[in-house]
Design a protein around this ligand. Structure first.
Ligand SMILES: Cc1cc2nc3c(=O)[nH]c(=O)nc-3n(C[C@H](O)[C@H](O)[C@H](O)COP(=O)(O)OP(=O)(O)OC[C@H]3O[C@@H](n4cnc5c(N)ncnc54)[C@H](O)[C@@H]3O)c2cc1C
Length: 383
């Protein structure tokens, strides 16, 4: 599915203007104080961004993935954390859109699209990140309910969410539950047991959540009984959208680092000339721009595959892998180009430098991306 290119350009321009006017002036301060950006989130809500990829018939904007990726890039140019507030919400909404029963779609999607109910994804555990086979959180059937017990780690948006896509073991295997909760640190048997301090990606909460004898109705199983034991497959499929989000946000951070460097290299003089006149700096700018463009093309290519309704494990993996390494590299190069000033908290370069590594780790580490890419290639090209 593709949306009208003019509408897409208009929305991207609106988000870019929002970032320039409202995000850039406050991003560094909010980031350093690790403050949740309530006002910015309200504006994102007013722009309809919480309904970005939710179909129009459920109250969303019905964006194609290509446009969603462009929106995410623009937000990340301003402040990467804003894209994290959207990401797991959109993954949860995608799971419901693609696999939910009609009742589940009617029940959750409109309020998620409006941003009234916010979503989170809870796959990882303290001892199970890459190794999803090691998941231990369990959901025990009890009459027409399930009783959930276990500890989940790294739940972005965990505290503020009203619905969590949760991976838990049932007798059939790993099942995806859509767990309703009240926003806050406690709801029924769910508690936020720890807020995790982070190098960057501040302002958005990432928490540990503990489930103790927490009861959910049987109809919390995503898509109903037919999906018992199929949870991992469903979640890993939705992570393809998540990986495009990570690629796009890496692109945003890389672009911000590059654009700042391009400006600074022409402003800063050494030895009587702007540093942009030194070939060593020119080479850096050339390499940065080339990698940025390659990352953009890979991200667009992965988004196009998803929009065509095709499997995009290889493409989303490649985009996430390359764009995140590019963001990491460009943030470092930007710091070199800015010299001592890049190391200060007076410029956003140090923020890019702290935000970039998350994209290498989140949504499956880059080592795991290489495994996903290789497995997909081998499946597609058997002897
Ligand atoms: C800030 C933040 C937010 C997050 N938000 C969420 C969220 O909202 N929801 C959620 O479910 N998860 C979330 N995560 C979890 C994230 O997806 C995991 O951290 C990630 O998948 C890696 O898992 P791990 O940290 O347990 O590392 P491990 O799996 O322990 O990996 C450690 C190292 O070993 C490598 N490794 C592991 N297995 C292999 C292998 N087979 N071959 C080669 N190398 C391997 C890894 O690449 C890595 O270098 C978040 C993480 C962070 C840091």
């Amino acid at each position: 599915m593709r949306i009208d290119p003019e509408l897409a350009d208009e929305l991207v321009a609106t988000v870019r203007a929002f970032v320039a006017k409202d995000v850039l002036p406050v991003a560094s301060e909010l980031e350093h104080t690790d403050e949740y950006p309530t006002d910015l989130v309200e504006q994102m809500r007013a722009l309809g961004l919480f309904g970005a990829t939710i179909p129009v018939e459920h109250g969303g904007l019905g964006l194609d993935v290509a446009t969603y990726a462009r929106v995410v890039e623009e937000l990340a140019v301003g402040w990467m954390s804003l894209t994290g507030i959207l990401n797991t919400h959109m993954i949860a909404a995608t799971l419901i859109t693609q696999h939910g029963t009609p009742e589940q779609q009617k029940r959750w999607l409109p309020s998620m699209a409006a941003g009234d109910v916010r979503g989170a994804l809870s796959l990882s555990e303290p001892d199970a990140g890459s190794d999803t086979k090691a998941l231990r959180c369990k959901a025990t059937p009890d009459g027409d309910e399930y009783v959930i017990d276990g500890t989940k780690m790294w739940v972005t948006n965990g505290e503020r969410s009203g619905i969590v896509a949760l991976a838990a073991r049932t007798p059939e295997g790993v099942t995806c539950f859509m767990v309703e909760k009240r926003p806050g640190t406690r709801s029924g048997g769910i508690s936020v047991s720890r807020t995790i301090g982070k190098l960057g990606y501040k302002g958005v909460e990432t928490v540990e959540m503990t489930y103790t004898d927490h009861r959910v109705p049987a109809d919390a199983v995503l898509g109903g009984p037919v999906n018992l034991g199929r949870g991992l497959r469903l979640i890993l499929g939705a992570l393809e959208l998540g990986r495009v989000n990570i690629a796009a946000r890496a692109l945003g951070v890389a672009r911000a680092a590059f654009e700042a460097s391009l400006r600074y290299a022409q402003q800063r003089h050494t030895f009587g000339v702007p540093i942009a006149k030194h070939q060593a700096i020119q080479f850096k700018l050339a390499d940065m721009a080339t990698k940025l463009e390659a990352a953009r093309l890979l991200t667009a290519s992965a988004a196009a595959k998803l929009d065509a309704g095709e499997r995009a494990d290889v493409e989303a993996g490649m985009a996430k892998l390359f764009a995140s390494e590019t963001a990491f590299e460009l943030a470092t190069e930007a710091m070199r180009i800015h010299g001592g000033y890049g190391y200060t908290t007076e410029l956003p370069i140090e923020r890019y430098y702290r935000d970039a590594p998350l994209m290498i780790i989140g949504e499956g580490t880059n080592e795991i991306q290489r495994l996903v890419i290789a497995r997909g290639l081998l499946e597609r090209h058997p002897l």
